[in-house]
Design a protein around this ligand. Structure first.
Ligand code: 6GU
Length: 239
């Protein structure tokens, strides 16, 4: 998977993702990451890429020209045009299902906005997927792009070790993960649930599934609509 990020803050993207699992995935070639500085395509001698909004109002708007040229520097020569994800609070909310779909692409372009947004005319020409990461407002699209790249990368074959991918994910079956414990067995007088020390694998699995149902009902009742629960699990969720 090749990720291309169009941004005014390329160092933020590179520093953020050259670490941990994504950093290892880049080093071993399972993914590649290119950050393109939109400012390199400024069309004036002061290197400005924003201007006042037509119609007035607060803030500045990123100009169509530099954004389009940055895009063309990446995709201009591509035979098959890549999907272009525009990070914006006005987008569709990012989900694990979207991460799965995007992980099947060969290349992806992420366009990060700043200021009050980007001239709509260039968005109409190049953006295929306007995406938000949730209902809150951030100062720019860089952190959302990093969030998406992280979520997509871990679905690319080879990025996670067998051990890491064996971890059952939240949302895989519409339930949140069960709680985890490690040594010591007693910490500040708090004991690890005894079933986990019992060595009885079936009972452990049953307890974990119950904890997932209880936790989901309490924290994310919206997820239960799509979960497939047995009658006894249904009863647990309603307690
Ligand atoms: Cl994609 N961008 C910004 N600026 N804020 C956000 C967001 C994106 N998603 C949630 N908040």
């Amino acid at each position: 998977m090749k990720f291309h990020v169009l941004t005014l803050f390329p160092e933020m993207i590179l520093q953020g993702l050259n670490t941990s699992i994504t950093g290892r995935a880049i080093d071993s070639g399972y993914i590649s990451l290119e950050a393109v500085n939109i400012r390199d395509f400024a069309e004036n001698k002061h290197n400005r890429v924003d201007d006042y909004p037509y119609g007035g109002g607060a803030g500045m708007v990123m100009q169509a020209g530099p954004v389009c040229k940055a895009y063309e520097s990446v995709a201009g020569d591509m035979e098959k045009k890549p999907r272009v994800i525009y990070l914006t609070p006005q987008g569709s909310v990012f989900t694990q299902a979207m991460a799965k779909e995007l992980a099947a692409e060969e290349e992806l372009v992420f366009l990060c906005g700043h200021y009050e947004g980007i001239d709509e005319r260039v968005l109409e020409e190049i953006v295929t997927d306007p995406v938000s990461i949730g209902d809150y407002v951030l100062t720019g699209g860089e952190l959302p792009a990093m969030v998406m790249i992280d979520a997509i990368s871990r679905l690319v074959p080879g990025v996670l070790s067998n051990e890491e991918s064996a971890q059952f994910e939240s949302f895989q079956d519409s339930l949140l993960e069960y709680p985890q414990y490690t040594r010591p067995a007693v910490w500040r007088e708090k004991e690890v649930p005894p079933v986990l020390l019992s060595g009885h694998h079936q009972n452990v699995e049953k307890w974990r599934r119950e904890q997932s149902v209880i936790r989901t009902a309490k924290r994310r009742p919206d997820l239960l609509k799509t979960a497939e629960l047995t009658p006894s699990e249904q009863a647990l969720a309603e307690k």
